[in-house]
Design a protein around this ligand. Structure first.
Ligand code: FAD
Length: 266
């Protein structure tokens, strides 16, 4: 993305009622409305790529993607959401009040908008899959270190066969997530047409596996797994959020199933 802080301004209002609309006025685009309330990086980003409806023949229709300097007059930001997981990534609203942007900042117009959004979704889902792999791996490594230190029954936990069995399955899931992510990246980086279904598959698989690994990691640390003093508690909260970020996993599965039925239905 063009935004150095990764702001993805894609949230919209109710079906059929766009809450942000752009209109062309000479060599400028004027933007009015808001994007709410889950724009990642919205409080810290200097620039965003705004995907918005555009006025055409008196109607607001999808759409354009336009680079907006978030320090320009008419832009204001809401408060950060106080979330359970992924707390280091801020989210909030962005408001546009007669914001004027040069036409040269439009990077996708109505003809290319769908292809642009498709690429943004692929990028987003792949990013969440990558974050999930990181969370899964960190949870495994935290658990591995802990079972060498903590003693139960007079010996370090790692000496208990059941612990080694459980660690193996955590490790197996980390490797599965990593392999799925790499396959999606390789496919979408080399195929003539990138496939959204590959990115969705990676996002759903990796975030589900990250949740399973973090949950098992928390269990392995016992009470300490639930204490904020230990990293595992944070990893568990992050893993849970990743099953929702960039599309709830079950919704992505519905979309993915539809794509399997007919790839042109996006
Ligand atoms: C950490 C984090 C970062 C985020 N960053 C961004 C961002 O940068 N930009 C952005 O735009 N958004 C962002 N989001 C928002 C995120 O994309 C949405 O929360 C997510 O897509 C789910 O949408 P929703 O919250 O509207 O839930 P809803 O769509 O209301 O879903 C609620 C429930 O209904 C189910 N459901 C929904 N539709 C259907 C259906 N058709 N059939 C059956 N069941 C259905 C869902 O599976 C879910 O269980 C972020 C969220 C998180 C947690």
């Amino acid at each position: 993305m063009l935004d150095p802080f990764g702001a993805a301004a894609a949230t919209d209002g109710r079906y059929g009622t766009p809450n942000c609309v752009a209109r062309y006025a000479g060599d400028k685009v004027i933007i009015n409305g808001q994007k709410s309330a889950w724009i990642s990086g919205s409080l810290t980003a200097e620039v965003c790529v705004l995907c918005t409806h555009v006025e055409q023949n008196g109607q607001a229709e999808p759409g354009i993607a336009i680079i907006v300097d978030l320090d320009c007059p008419g832009v204001s930001r809401g408060k950060p959401l106080d979330k359970m997981g992924m707390r280091s990534l801020n989210q909030g609203e962005i408001f546009f009040d007669n914001v004027e942007v040069p036409v040269s900042h439009v990077i996708a117009g109505p003809e290319t908008y769908k292809a642009f959004v498709l690429k943004a979704l692929i990028y987003g889902n792949t990013g969440v899959a990558g974050t999930s792999v990181g969370v899964a791996r960190a949870a495994y490594e935290e658990a591995l270190a802990y079972v060498h230190e903590r003693k139960a029954g007079g010996v370090p936990l790692i000496q208990h066969q059941l612990i080694r069995y459980r660690l193996f399955h955590m490790f197996r899931k980390v490797e599965m997530a990593k392999a799925t992510l790499m396959r999606a990246i390789t496919y979408n980086g080399t195929a003539p047409q990138p496939a959204l279904v590959a990115a969705m598959l990676a996002k759903v698989t990796c975030s589900q596996l990250a949740f399973e690994v973090a949950s098992e990691g928390m269990q392995m640390l016992g009470g300490n797994g639930t204490a904020k003093e230990y990293m595992m508690e944070k990893l568990m909260r992050d893993a849970r959020s990743l099953m929702i970020a960039d599309g709830c996993n079950e919704y992505l599965a519905l979309q993915g199933g539809t794509q399997l039925m007919n790839p042109d239905l996006f």
